[in-house]
Structure formats: C-alpha cells, structure tokens
Design a protein around this ligand. Structure first.
Ligand code: CA
Length: 471
C-alpha cells in the first residue's frame, strides 16, 4: 500500500470509527407528557392527598425544576411548542385543535384571534430530527396536533399508537369509546384492540409503550409517552378511589379522591416503565423527561373541583402561574446529579433544542433560525450554569372559563399581564408574591411601561395575532 493509500485507509477508518462511536453513545430519550397535570399535583412538588413515590424517585435521581412553564395554558399549542421548539404565537397555533377548527359562537366583547388548527407539516419536528440520525421514533397516546393529515406519522414518527386530533377520550375504561361531552361526538382511541373488561387506559398505553421498547431495544429510540390522564373525564379505578377517600383530610388543599386515584395510576405506570427499562438493561442508556402540557384544571367535574394549583393563582386556561407552571423533571443517568432542584426558568419550547442536543444532532439549520427555546443540556450537566435568558412570553388571544384574552411576560422575578378587553396591565413580583395577589402596576409605572413595551415588541417580532373588537 502506498503512503497515500495508507493515509486514506486510516482516514476512512477514523470516519467509520467516529460514526460507530456516535451511534453507540446516542441515548434513548423518553418524553412522558401528562395532560393537564398541575404544578402542585405530585408529591415532590407539594401535593398533600396525592401520593407519587415513583415520580418522586425520578426527581431524586435527576433534576427537578421549580420554575418550568408550558408555552401555553391549554393543550395543543404547548404540544406544538414541544415538537417544533417555537412559541405558539409564532406558529399562530394558540388554541386547541377542535376550537380552532370550529370556533364556537361567542357573545364576548372581543372576537378571538384566528388560530391554526394543526402543526404545519413544514415545521421540522423533534421526531424528524432524531429519525435523521437513526432513532426509532415512537408516539403513544394523546397527540392533538391536527387531523389525520397532521398525525404523528406525518411529523416524523415511525409508529403511532392512539394519537388523533381529539383532545380527550370519551372514557378511561375499556373499550374507551362512546359519545363525548355535550357535543355528543362519537370518539374512540384507535390501535388498542383486544382489550378486556376492567382495563384502564393509562395502564394500556403503558403496556403498548413497553411492547414497543422491547421490540426496538437494540437501537436508539425516542418515545413520546403522552398520557391522556389526568385530563377529564375524571375517572379512576374503584379500589384507588376508595383508598384516597380514606386518606382525605379536611385541611388538605387537594380534595378530589377520584383525581388523586388518576394521579396514583399515572405514578404506578411511571414505575412500571422504569422497571421495564431495568429489566431490559436500558436504564443507564435512557433519559427520562417528565412534564405536563398546562396547569391543573380548576373547574368542577361531577360536582367537585378537579384539582387546585395552590399556592399558585388560577389554573388551566389562565396566564396566571397556575395555568402555566408545570412539573418538569429530567433523569439523565450519568449526567444529572441526584436530587438537584433548579429554580431557573425553563419552558416547553426548550425541549426541542435540548432533546436534539442529547441525541447529538443539530437538526435543520433553517428551522433553527426561528426556534425560541434554548438548549438545557449545559444546565442539566451543571446546575450552577446560567441559561442567560431572563424572559419568557405567553400569548392567549382567546377566552376560557378562567380568562379573557391576554398576553404575559415573565422577566426575571417580574411578571406582567396585559388583558385585551380593556387594555389593563397587572404587575407582580413572583419572588415575594408567588400567588400573584398584589398588583404593583400602579405603584411601579416605569417598570410596568417598560415590560409592556417589551411584550408588545415581542408580539410584533413573532407575528402574534390579536383579538379584534366586535362590531
Ligand atoms: Ca392539556
């Protein structure tokens, strides 16, 4: 072999070796997304009635974030932000699918903004990025990002079990079908054949996820385990409801045993999933991220308030902290330090650059130009790292039982909300006033004005759509 050929062979060898190394070091990544789980709904975040030993253990092994935000206070827009890394306002996807597709008639003073009803296929998703570097891409459970043409299969997933345009199942009990809500629409959860009486949806979706990872265990996988629980309908197993009825105390903040039983099932299934990783020898190679798509629901269901986000104000739909702040836990074996609690602000938009970074890919440079999230991997490695981001923005130009159309900015400890009906602003200092009880906008006009201007500038920069006055 000539000197030049030998040099070429060495170079090729290096290339091949580095490729193999990259593949060997690509971790499995599991994103457990719970639907409507409130910030205070699990033990390690201060729940009183609810018991969540398995989720608490994840937090003990990894990093728990106190100031994590969903990009929206309702379902579809947060899910879109996770898949694309972009703010819902930038995607013009600011309300959930069904409402965007068929806006209900309204007598409100403002016409809500017009919203997309799906995540455009032009958006380059987490699944497409990971598929590009050899991952098996798996989706199990709630999707809610558009009708069949925008299903997980159209957004880079090899497998989709149960993901549809619907935001909630008719029932959590097998066969998971029937007329849904006041609209009396026939709904079902596809891809779950041969169930049996007594089977419960949260268990079944986990069963499906376990089957999938068993099948692909020898190659890297990315799994969306997107539970329907703990969204309405509030339905749980009778034995669990009885257990929590027995544990209920008058001075508890949480007062709904059926909801507590749903949280219990969620926790059991997180435990089953972790056990399966152990059994398959995958624990050391698998990153688990656990979060929720919006704050807890505070409306009544079957005559009881579903949950409370105490000490946070309000709940799902609202841009007060109770609607936006969510649990957020990352267990990255060999990287996150045990039992670390981080109080830096993070957001569901951050999952996109973070997951890509964990997988060792930059994705699509053109798409990355307009990604709003930041890569959290440096912070996960070293909790003393500063993210160098002081500001998050939220935009909800719609109505919900907990709110009128509103935008919000969190800047350091400060939070400003702007309500569009009358244009009034509210200013809170979250360091002193986590419950957003003391509006400081009148006493601090200069700060109120500068934060408001920042919010207006941001809305313009992302092309946010505004509600309009009714004629
Ligand atoms: Ca939700």
């Amino acid at each position: 072999m000539s000197g030049r050929l030998r040099w070429l062979a060495v170079l090729l060898g290096l290339l091949v070796t580095s490729d193999v190394t990259a593949e060997e070091t690509r971790p499995n990544i599991v994103l457990i997304l719970v639907d409507d789980l409130g910030w205070a709904d699990i033990g390690c975040y201060g729940a009183d009635l609810h018991e969540t030993p398995n989720i608490d253990r994840l937090a003990e092994q990894g990093m728990r974030f106190t100031d994590a935000y969903a990009a929206a206070a309702i379902c579809s827009p947060t899910r879109a932000s996770i898949m694309s890394g972009k703010y819902p306002a930038r995607l013009n996807f600011t309300i959930w699918h069904e409402y965007a597709k068929n806006p209900p008639p309204s007598n409100h003073p403002l016409n809500p903004a017009v919203s997309m009803d799906h995540l455009a296929r032009e958006e380059f998703t987490v699944a497409e990025a990971l598929k590009g570097v050899g991952y098996n891409t798996l989706h199990v459970g709630k999707w809610h990002l558009g009708d069949a043409a925008y299903a997980p299969e159209s957004h880079g997933f090899d497998v989709n079990i149960g993901g549809t345009h619907w935001g909630a199942p008719t029932t959590f009990h097998w066969p998971y079908r029937g007329l849904f809500g006041s609209e009396r629409e026939w709904r079902y959860v596809p891809d779950l054949p041969f169930g049996q009486e007594g089977e419960y949806l949260t268990d079944r979706l986990t069963d499906e996820a376990l089957r999938l990872i068993e099948r692909v265990k020898d190659e890297p996988f990315y799994l969306n385990l997107w539970f329907h629980t703990v969204h309405t309908p509030i339905e749980a197993k009778a034995k669990d409801i009885a257990e929590y009825e027995g544990k209920l105390q008058e001075d508890f903040h949480h007062q709904n045993p059926t909801y507590a039983a749903m949280v219990h099932s969620l926790d059991e299934n997180v435990g089953r999933f972790v056990d399966k990783l152990d059994e398959l020898g995958l624990s050391e190679d698998t990153i688990i991220i656990f979060t929720s798509d919006n704050g807890g629901t505070i409306r009544e269901y079957d005559g009881r308030q579903v949950t409370t986000n105490h000490p946070l104000r309000s709940g799902k739909g609202s841009l007060y902290e109770g609607g936006l702040r969510v649990p957020f836990i990352v267990d990255w074996p060999g990287v996150t330090h045990a039992d670390t609690v981080c109080d830096q602000m993070v957001c569901s938009t951050d999952l996109y650059p973070t997951i890509l970074s964990m997988a060792g890919t930059i994705g699509d440079p053109a798409h990355n130009q307009t990604v709003d999230g930041v890569d959290l991997t440096g912070l996960l490695r070293d909790p003393s790292t500063s993210l160098d981001r002081e500001t998050l923005y939220f935009h909800y130009p719609h109505y919900y039982p907990t709110t009128t159309p509103v935008s919000a900015i969190r800047d350091g400890d400060w939070k400003l909300l702007e309500y569009f009906e009358d244009g009034h602003t509210e200013l809170y200092n979250l360091a002193d006033d986590l419950g957003e009880e003391h509006d400081l906008s009148t006493s601090m006009p200069a700060l109120t004005s500068s934060l408001h201007q920042k919010l207006v500038d941001w809305r313009e920069s992302v092309g946010a759509r505004l509600p309009t006055k009714r004629e």
